[in-house]
Design a protein around this ligand. Structure first.
Ligand SMILES: C[S@@+](CC[C@H](N)C(=O)[O-])C[C@H]1O[C@@H](n2cnc3c(N)ncnc32)[C@H](O)[C@@H]1O
Length: 217
């Protein structure tokens, strides 16, 4: 159920437990250059997840736009999903690594998250499955390569509500991600383009004037 309260202490307590969990997790390489064949729960919890303030910001955004449906590409351990799920009606999320997705499912059980629809598989191979509805917010947080970001962003347009918001993670992570972000910003669809450094936000809400804004928090 959507909540207006911003209490996420249970999610952060679970994050601390995951950071201390040295259980191995097999890697799946989606072409973005994952190193090694095995990682650990701890390694994922420390390095792959949005930090609490960014997860809070995404949850606040989902709430501010009164989102009914949010899509996350890249579930990982499901903690950012848990944040967002409390501030929207329904969250759909996709993860290609079955071992990681299984951990997310367990985490959501522990956090009593019930409004999440979880897809397993490589994004573009399972795209049709989650393209059955339109979303108020789409968060692209997997496969951080510029050409992949461009493809996902363009494919997302037909699933995005007219006033919907697209958030792209790690827009300054590499030269090609930066180039993709710049190319996206130059598309005429978007009115506000917000660069929060760690992620970028685009909206085609025509009630807003076209502008490019940078914020740091
Ligand atoms: C950065 S993590 C997501 C973090 C998560 N959104 C959070 O903040 O908690 C990216 C995830 O996307 C998955 N992934 C990357 N490329 C993928 C692809 N092409 N198809 C499916 N999953 C992919 C990875 O396995 C990884 O778990």
């Amino acid at each position: 159920m959507r909540s207006s309260a911003f209490n996420h202490t249970d999610i952060e307590a679970l994050r601390s437990k995951l950071k201390a969990n040295s259980a191995p997790v097999p890697c799946v390489d989606f072409g973005a250059g994952s190193k090694g064949s095995t990682t650990t729960v701890s390694g994922i919890a420390r390095r792959s997840l949005k930090r609490p303030k960014h997860a809070r910001a995404l949850a606040a955004l989902a709430q501010h736009i009164e989102s009914e449906a949010v899509l996350e590409l890249g579930t990982s351990l499901g903690l950012t999903s848990a944040y967002i799920s409390r501030h929207t009606t329904a969250l759909t999320t996709a993860e290609g690594n079955p071992h990681i997705r299984a951990l997310a499912l367990s985490n959501w059980r522990q956090l009593s998250v019930q409004n999440v629809r979880s897809f397993e598989g490589e994004f573009e191979q399972i795209w049709e499955g989650f393209a059955d509805t339109t979303y108020d917010l789409i968060f692209i947080d997997g496969n951080h390569r510029g050409e992949a970001l461009m493809r996902y962003a363009k494919k997302s347009l037909s699933m995005l509500q007219p006033n919907g918001v697209l958030v792209c993670d790690d827009i300054h992570w590499s030269l090609d991600m930066e180039q993709a972000w710049n190319d996206l910003c130059s598309m005429p669809e978007w009115t506000v383009q917000l660069d929060a450094f760690e992620w970028g936000l685009l909206t085609r809400n025509q009630a807003l004037k076209r502008e490019h804004v940078c914020i740091r928090f």
